[in-house]
Write a protein that binds this ligand. Sequence first.
Ligand code: RAT
Ligand code: ZN
Length: 453
Amino acid sequence: MVASQLQLDSAGGAGADAATEQMTALESLVRRAVREQPVWDFHTHLYPPSFGTPFSGAANGADPKGLMLWGIDELLTYHYLVAEVFRVVPARQLPYDDFWRMTKSEQADHIWKHLFLERSPISEACRGVLTTLQRLGLDPGDRDLQGYRGWFAQQDPNRQIDRVMEIAGVSRITMTNAVFDDNERQRWLENQDVGADSRFAAVLRFDPLLCDWPHAAARLTEWGYPVGPTLDDEGVEQGRRFLRDWISRTRAIYCAVSLPPEFLYDGMEDSRISSQVLRRIVAPVLEETNMPLALMIGSKRGVNPQLRDGGDMVGLADVASVARICADLPRNRLFCTMLARENQHELAVAARKFRNLMVFGCWWFVNNPSLIDEITRMRVELLGVSFIPQHSDARVLDQLIYKWDHSRELIANVLVDKYRDVAATGWRPTEAEIRRDVRLYFHDNMANFLASP
Ligand code: RAT
Ligand code: ZN
C-alpha cells in the first residue's frame, strides 16, 4: 500500500491517471477472480439427503433425527445464535430447559423476536441470516418470517443443495463424519451407499480416540475391536483395524480430530495415552492409506453445557506440540487450524518450518470479519499462497451462502492490497497468474495436499 501510494503520488498528471487506472483494473481483476473461483469447502457439518432431513420442504418424508439441516428455522437456531439470544433474555424470563422444550419453529420465533426485531441484527451470525435470505432472492427488508418459511416449504432439499452450491460458488462440500456419534454411525452401517453423493466428500472424525481413550476403548470393544484401557500390542492392532474399516466404509478423504487447548505432545518418548494413540494407531494407518490428519485445536468443550453445541469456549493451544508432531512423523501430513486468535501467528510460523503442515481456515470464534482480515493478511505475508484461507464450518446448508460471500469479500480485500504492493515495484501480475493463485487458495492447495505422498 505504502509503496504504491508513493509511486502514484510522485508520478503526477497523466502518469498518475494511468497508474490509477492500472490499479483499478488490477483491483477488479482480483475481485472477479475471487468471486468466480469455485471453492472446495474444506470443513463443514453438512450432509446430503441420504442422511435424512428433519425438515423435508416440498419433498416427502421428514426424518426427525436426520442430519441434513437446511431452511430458515435451522438458520435461526444455529448454535451461534442460541448463545447470543441467551445473553439478551433474562434467566427468570426463559430458563434453559424451557428453551430446549420448545419446537424448532418456536425456538426460531424466539430468536427472530429477540435478536432481529427487538434489537438490530448486526452480529456476524445475525448478518449471515440476512445475507443468505437476500442471495436466495428473499427480501430481508420485509422482516417476514412466515413468508420466508413459506418459501422454504416449497423447496426440495436435494435441489436446494444445487441452488446453494451455485450461489455460494462451492464445487464440493466436505462433511464431518463422526464415527462415535450413534445416529450417524448407524446410518453408515445400514446403508453402504449413504455417502455416495458426489457433491459431498467424507471425513472420518474420531475425537474420543485422542481425547477420551477409556470411552473410545469401551466403544471399540463393544463394536468388535477389543482394546483395553492401556495400550498393548493387541490393542494397537485392533485400533488400526477399526480405523482401516471405517476409512474404507466412509471412503474418507482425510481424518480429523478436534482437540482441547490442553492437548500436548512431547515427542517420541511421550507416554500420554493420546500421544501413544497418535503415534501407534493413527499415524501408521494414515501413512499406509496416504491420508492427512486434520487437527482443530483450542475448543474447551461444554464450559456451559446448558447451551449444548453453543456451550464451548476458546483456549490457548500449544503450537510447539504440533511442530513436534510434524518433526517426529515426517511421513504424515497434517492440516491444522486453531481457535485462539493468539495462536495464529505462531501456527503460521510453524508452517514455515514444516512442509507436512497445511494451515487452514478461520475457525468459529475467529470466523469474524475483523479477524479474518487480520489473520489472512498475516498468513499471506508469512506463507504466500501456501495455505487454505477459509472453510465454512456450515452446519446448515444455506449458510454456505453467507459464509463464503463474507469471506470472499475479505480475502479479496487482502489480495487487492498484496497485488498492489507488488505491482508498485513494476511486477505486474497477469490475469492468468491471479486466477492461478486464487485457485490454489480455494481448491488446489487442498487437493494437492490430499494427494501428495
Ligand atoms: O464451528 C462450529 O460450528 C463448532 O460447533 C464445531 O463444529 C467445530 O467446528 C468442530 O468441528 O468441532
Ligand atoms: Zn466444525
